[in-house]
Each structure stands twice: as C-alpha cells, then as structure tokens.
Ligand binder design. Structure first.
Ligand code: FAD
Length: 389
C-alpha cells in the first residue's frame, strides 16, 4: 500500500525505523490479541528494547533525551502502520510527572529501570466511577500514618493495570472541606503494584469494545511508603494538569497516525476495486469523503505541530493541545468512516483490520478527555466566556 507524504512529518529517519519495527507486528498479530483481549507483550518489549518508550527520559537516566515531537512521531508512526500504541503510550506521558516533580532519589530509583524495560510505568489512576470528568471530586483517600500512607478507594478505567509494575495514583490527602479550593489537597504517588497486589490492591479487568486492557482497581488499606509521594503533598492535581498538554499532543498524534492509515487504505482500495468498468474511486461519492477526511487530518496535523513546537520552546500550548486532540480524534473518526464505506462489505471483515482500527480510534473522542470538555476549555480559557461547569 502506498503511503501519502504530507510534507509535515519531521523526524523522518525515526519514523522509518519505527515503521520497520512495526512491520514485524502485522494485522494478524493484532487480530489474534483482539480476539482474546490480550496484551501485546512482544510488541511492547520490542519498542522498549529499541529505546522508543524511553524517548523522553533524559540521557543521564538511560533514555534517549529526545523532545516531545520525537515521541509524537513515534506514536503517530505506530498507529499509521496499523499497530496499537495504546498498550504502552501512557509510559511516555506519565513519566513526565516524575521527571518534572519527582525527587532526585525517585528519578534515580525509577527512571533508569523504566528506560531499560525492567519496570513498566503504564498505569495512571485518576478516573473514578462517581467523579469521572469531575476529577477533583474523587473519593480515594491517602492518609498519612508515620512513614507511610494508607490508601482506600477505587479507580476505574485504569488501563494496563495488569501489565504495569508501577502506577501513578492521584488521591485526596486532605478532605475536601479542609482546603480552600477543591483543586488543593490531592497528591500523586508512585505505587509499586507488584508489592501492593494482594496487600490491599485488587485489579479487575473490564471487557470493552476494543482491546485496551482497562481495569477497575480497588484499594483496601493499601500501604504506600511516604517516600513514594511525588513532589509536595496537596499539589498533585497541579502536577497532573502539568502533564496534560503532553498527553493530549501525544494522543492527537496517534489519531493522526490512525487517520493516515485509514486514508492510505481507502485510497488504495478506491483505485483498485473496479465496478461498472472503472475504479470506484473515480466516483465523487467515493472520492470526496476520503478527500474530506484528508483535509481534516491535515488541519489537525498543523495544529498539533504548532503545539509540539510551542511545547518544545517551553511554552504552555493548552490551546493547541486541546484543539489538536479534538480535531485529530474527529479526523481519525471521519477517516475510519470513509474507509469502511469505501470498502463496502469488506470493511466489516476482520481480516481487513479496518473494523478493529475503527473501534480503537473511537475512544479518543471520549478519553483521556471528552470533546465537550475540550470545548469548555476553549470557551473559558481561550475565548474568555464564563465557566460552564
Ligand atoms: C478505554 C478507556 C481507557 C481509559 N484509560 C484511563 C486511564 O488509564 N486512567 C484514567 O484515569 N482514566 C482512564 N479513562 C477514563 C477517561 O479519562 C474517562 O472516561 C473520561 O475522562 C470521561 O469520564 P467518564 O467516563 O466518567 O464520563 P463522564 O465524566 O461521566 O462524562 C459523560 C459525558 O458527559 C459529558 N460531560 C461531563 N461533564 C460535562 C460538562 N460539564 N459539560 C458538558 N459535557 C459534560 C462528557 O463530555 C461525556 O460525554 C479511560 C476510559 C476508557 C473508556
């Protein structure tokens, strides 16, 4: 299948290397895992060994010390090759919290082992069943007792919890009525899940529409050593917010990769499928939805590029990160829709991988932040309208 070149693809060499690695994990590999909701251990291992998951870890800690645009290029390429970076993408953005706010001791303890693949930091425990998007209403508590914290509560949608050694956990350390603002009194912790399992930590997988290894996680008097508190107690929500621009830009890049995969596939089929004596792509009714999706993807790509540039200049690209994530998720969905429609009945056959990618890419209009909340951000913080919630 020919691949489009959009002219906005920095890190060409890196992308080519990632594409080579991905070629070892064809559609068949992902289809089998999808059937049993399995974890792509070999794929994650290969990405780790190649150093891609440590792209953002500074060289002094054993990583590649690259910027966010390199990480974005890696994830975009993974999706573009038909693979699924959801199995491990979180490592790239969760780790930023330790990098920015962790102590020297925590960095020395964890980062080299994450870089080498000895430890996986894949689980991010923020969302709870009753609070959802309203993060500061979360109910999980961490109470200090001497040299440890005692954690009680529950998380939901904690992806990859069964396949991660460490979890970055957000919990309330000061009750809501003990702080002036609801954003205060929350703290972040590094939880060693291997030690905690069966010592207060229970994990229950949730079967979802696509293979995402998401789980419910329960804490029943789970002990976390006080030294695992990241940064200052009570400032955890701020730390999580600090990481959101990176998270959104990376997820947006994945969506752009998905959109490119769908568009390449749709174009190839539109040129090759002959009906009524000519390729179906000669019909505007087939051609235009694909062209439309391409235009939407390019627009999203331009915003995401701008966000990455601003991020790497040390600015806070909240506007581009939010817009880019929303537009890219919508573009990948439009591209998926055009791809299925172009393939007619074959779009629904598992062996074409389209229906799998279609299910996988739908998530990004909801998680890690839903479209309405992006629009609320733009309405309030960019356009200066009253807060809507
Ligand atoms: C497969 C999957 C994997 C995930 N992985 C993780 C993970 O690893 N870690 C983690 O912490 N979380 C994870 N999440 C959770 C994800 O971030 C949340 O699902 C998402 O933030 C939405 O929260 P919610 O599902 O509770 O929906 P709700 O907050 O209940 O929202 C429901 C709907 O109401 C809308 N809505 C809510 N409030 C407003 C408002 N004020 N104005 C307008 N509309 C509003 C939302 O846009 C949404 O459409 C995952 C979710 C899924 C489905």
């Amino acid at each position: 299948m020919d691949q489009m070149m959009t002219g906005a693809e920095p890190h060409a060499d890196l992308r080519a290397e990632v594409a080579k690695l991905c070629a070892r994990f064809p559609g068949e590999y992902w289809r089998k895992l999808d059937e049993v909701r399995g974890y792509p251990t070999e794929f994650v291992q290969a990405l780790t060994e190649a150093g891609y998951l440590a792209a953002l870890i500074p060289e002094e800690y054993g990583g590649a010390g690259l910027g966010l645009s390199a990480a974005a290029a890696i994830l975009e390429e993974v999706q573009r090759q038909g693979c699924n970076g959801a199995a491990c993408h979180a490592q790239m953005y969760i780790m930023g919290t330790i990098l920015r706010h962790g102590s020297d001791a925590q960095k020395a303890e964890y980062l080299p082992r994450i870089a080498s693949g000895e430890l996986r930091l894949q689980a991010f425990g923020v969302t709870e069943p009753t609070s959802g998007t309203d993060t500061t209403a979360l109910r999980t508590t961490a109470r200090r007792e001497g040299d440890r914290y005692i954690v009680n509560g529950q998380k939901i949608w904690t992806s990859r919890a069964e396949h991660s050694d460490l979890m970055l956990l957000l919990a309330r350390t000061t009750p809501r009525d003990g702080v002036a603002k609801k954003t205060e009194g929350l703290s972040t912790f590094i939880v060693d899940m291997r030690r905690a399992l069966d010592n207060g930590l229970t994990i229950r997988p949730i079967r979802t529409m696509m293979n995402h290894n998401s789980c419910e996680v329960f804490f029943d008097n789970m002990e976390v050593p006080a030294e695992n508190l990241v940064g200052e107690e009570g400032r955890g929500f701020r730390y999580v917010l600090d990481g959101m621009n990176a998270e959104r830009l990376l997820i947006a890049s994945e969506c752009i990769g998905d959109a490119k995969w769908f568009i390449d596939k749709a174009v190839a089929y539109a040129k090759e499928r002959v009906l009524f004596g000519r390729p179906i792509g000669a019909n505007q009714g087939v051609q235009f939805p694909i062209a439309q999706a391409y235009a939407r993807m390019r627009a999203a790509e331009a915003i995401v590029q701008k966000g990455l540039e601003r991020f790497e200049r040390g600015e806070r690209p909240g506007e581009e990160a939010n817009m880019g994530k929303m537009l890219a998720a919508e573009a990948s969905w439009a591209a998926g829709e055009a791809c299925i429609q172009t393939h007619g009945g074959f779009g629904f056959a598992e062996e074409y991988d389209i229906e799998r990618k279609f299910r996988e890419t739908r998530l990004y209009q909801v998680a890690p932040i839903s479209t309405n909340l992006v629009l609320s951000y733009l309405g309030e913080h960019v356009l200066g309208m009253p807060r809507s919630y």
